[in-house]
Ligand binder design. Structure first.
Ligand code: IFM
Length: 443
C-alpha cells in the first residue's frame, strides 16, 4: 500500500469523470451447466487425462448458469459500473441457449450494471477449428445472431479475448485447447481469429453498434541483456505478444512482412476488414516478461515448463514479489506498456480500456491481492497523467474459477467460491474494491 511521508495510506488519485470500473469473467470458466450446451474444444481437451493439472473439468465450475442472480447481486453490492462476461458460442448453438444471456442482461440492467459481453473467449464449438478460414465467417454469423437478440440492451461489445494466448498456447504449444502443437504452423489460427474479429465488427456495425473493442493481452518485453542474441530474442517475443495482434487491428497491416505467411486468397482485403477502426482498444495486462536467447530445450510460460523449439526463452525477473502462479508483480509495467503503445501507435490508438488485470492468491484475507490491485490502479493513473487516454479498468476476476490448464488451483477472484458447496464469500479485496468505487477515496 502506498503511504505518505508520515506513513499514512496515501489517497488514491482521481480518475477522469465517467471512468468505467468493472470486473471480468468468461463463460467456460464460470458457467458450468455443460449438460445444457453443445461441447466446446475445452470439453474435448479436458476429457484427455493429464491435460488439466488438478484433473478437473469445467462441467460445473461456479454453476453460474443456475446462480447468476446471486452473482449479479454481488456485482451490484460491489458497485461496479460494468460487468465483462463472455457469451458461450456452444451454448448459443444449443436450444434456448440465448435465453440465458437474455436473463443475465436483464438482471444486470435491473441492478444498474452495464453488460459488456465478449463474443469469443476460447470456448470454440468442438466441431470447429480456427485453422479453417470458414470459422471466421461462422463467427460473424454467430455474432449477428447474438446482436439481433441482445443488441436492444447491450451497447458495448468485445469481439475476441486474447487471440495471442489462444494461438500460442492452444495451437502452437498445445497446453490449452484444442491442444495442437503446430509451432509456427499455428499462424493460420492467428489470422482466422483476426479475420473473425474484422467480420464481427462489420456485423455489429451493421446493427448500428458504436462501442466496440477487442481484448488483447500485452506486456512490456524486457531483454535479458544488451547482448545481440538476447535483444533479438526479446524483439521476437515483443512481435508475438505486442505487435502480431495489435498492428493488423490498429494499423491494418501485419508487422515485418508476416502477412506473406498468412493463408489468404486476398490478404489486403482481409487486412482492410481487420483494420476497420475500433471505438476503443482493450488491454489485458498481468506482468512484463524478461526474454533472452533460447536456453536448452524448454520454455517456461507462467510457471508451466514445456518442450519447445522457439527462438527465445522466458527468464525469471529477480527481486520482485510474485503471485502464487509465479507471475512477477510489477505495476509500473502497466504504465510502461501504455505509454509505449501511445507513442508507438499515436493517433491510430483509440481510447484504451484495461479489460483484465488481476492476480492469483489463496485465502479470504487476500492482502496481497489488494497490494497488487492498488499498485496497478496507481500505475494506470500514472499512464493517464502521462497523456494516455484510458477510459476503464476491469479486475480479473469477480469469482474464483476454472483457470484453464491449472484447473481450480489458481484463485483470481474478489469472491471466494467453495467448489463443493458453491458458497460465495467476498474476500478482503472485494471490500477494498467496493470502497474504492463507493466510498470515493480518490482525490
Ligand atoms: O483466466 C485467464 C483469462 O481467461 C484470460 N486472461 C488471463 C486470465 C488469468 O490467467
Amino acid at each position: 500500500m502506498a503511504t505518505d511521508a508520515r506513513g499514512a495510506a496515501a489517497p488514491l488519485p482521481r480518475f477522469p469523470d465517467g471512468f468505467l470500473w468493472g470486473v471480468s469473467t468468461s463463460a467456460h470458466q464460470i458457467e458450468g451447466a455443460a449438460d445444457t450446451r453443445a461441447p466446446s474444444v475445452w470439453d474435448v481437451f479436458t476429457a484427455e487425462p493429464g491435460r488439466i493439472k488438478d484433473g478437473s473439468t469445467a462441467a460445473v465450475a461456479c454453476d453460474h448458469v443456475h446462480r447468476y442472480e446471486e452473482d449479479v447481486a454481488l456485482l451490484a453490492d460491489l458497485g461496479v459500473g460494468a460487468y465483462r462476461f463472455s457469451i458461450s458460442w456452444p451454448r448459443v448453438n444449443s436450444p434456448g441457449g440465448l435465453d440465458f444471456y437474455d436473463r443475465l442482461v436483464d438482471a444486470l440492467l435491473a441492478a444498474g450494471v452495464r453488460p459488456v459481453p465478449t463474443l469469443f473467449h476460447w470456448d470454440l464449438p468442438a466441431d470447429l477449428s480456427w485453422l479453417e478460414r470458414d470459422t471466421a465467417t461462422r463467427f460473424a454469423d454467430h455474432v449477428a445472431a447474438v446482436a439481433a437478440r441482445l443488441g436492444d440492451r447491450v451497447t458495448k461489445w468485445i469481439t475476441l479475448n486474447e487471440p495471442a494466448e489462444h494461438t500460442l498456447l492452444g495451437h502452437a504449444l498445445g497446453t490449452h485447447a484444442p491442444g495442437s502443437r503446430l509451432l509456427f504452423d499455428a499462424l493460420p489460427a492467428a489470422h482466422h481469429q483476426l479475420l473473425g474479429h474484422g467480420l464481427a465488427v462489420q456485423a455489429l456495425r451493421s446493427t448500428g453498434a458504436d462501442d466496440i473493442g477487442i481484448a488483447n493481452s500485452h506486456g512490456p518485453t524486457w531483454p535479458a541483456s544488451q547482448e545481440p542474441a538476447d535483444l533479438e530474442a526479446a524483439a521476437f517475443y515483443d512481435l508475438l505478444l505486442n505487435r502480431l495482434f495489435a498492428e493488423p487491428v490498429l494499423l491494418g497491416a501485419y508487422p515485418e512482412g508476416l502477412g506473406d505467411l498468412m493463408p489468404s486468397p486476398d490478404i489486403e482485403a482481409d487486412l482492410k476488414l481487420i483494420g476497420a477502426p475500433l471505438d476503443w482498444y482493450g488491454v489485458n495486462y498481468y506482468a512484463p516478461t524478461l526474454v533472452g536467447a533460447p536456453q536448452g530445450t524448454e520454455i517456461d510460460f507462467g510457471g508451466v515448463r514445456m518442450p519447445a523449439e522457439l527462438p527465445f526463452s522466458v527468464r525469471e525477473i529477480e527481486g520482485v514479489p510474485t503471485t502464487d502462479f509465479g507471475w512477477p508483480v510489477i505495476p509500473a509495467g502497466l504504465t510502461e506498456l501504455l505509454t509505449t503503445f501511445a507513442s508507438r501507435y499515436g493517433d491510430r490508438l483509440p481510447p484504451v480500456v484495461i479489460t483484465e488485470n488481476g492476480c492469483s492468491y489463496p485465502g479470504l484475507d487476500d492482502q496481497d491481492r489488494i497490494t497488487y490491485l492498488e499498485g496497478h490502479v496507481r500505475a494506470l493513473h500514472d499512464a493517464i497523467t502521462a497523456g494516455v487516454d484510458v477510459r476503464g479498468y476491469f479486475v480479473w476476476s469477480l469469482l474464483d474459477n476454472f483457470e484453464w490448464a491449472e484447473g481450480f488451483a489458481r484463485r483470481f477472484g474478489l469472491v471466494h467460491v467453495d467448489f463443493t458447496t458453491q458458497r460465495r464469500t467476498p474476500k478482503a479485496s472485494y471490500a477494498w474494491y467496493r470502497d474504492l468505487l463507493t466510498r470515493s477515496p480518490m482525490e
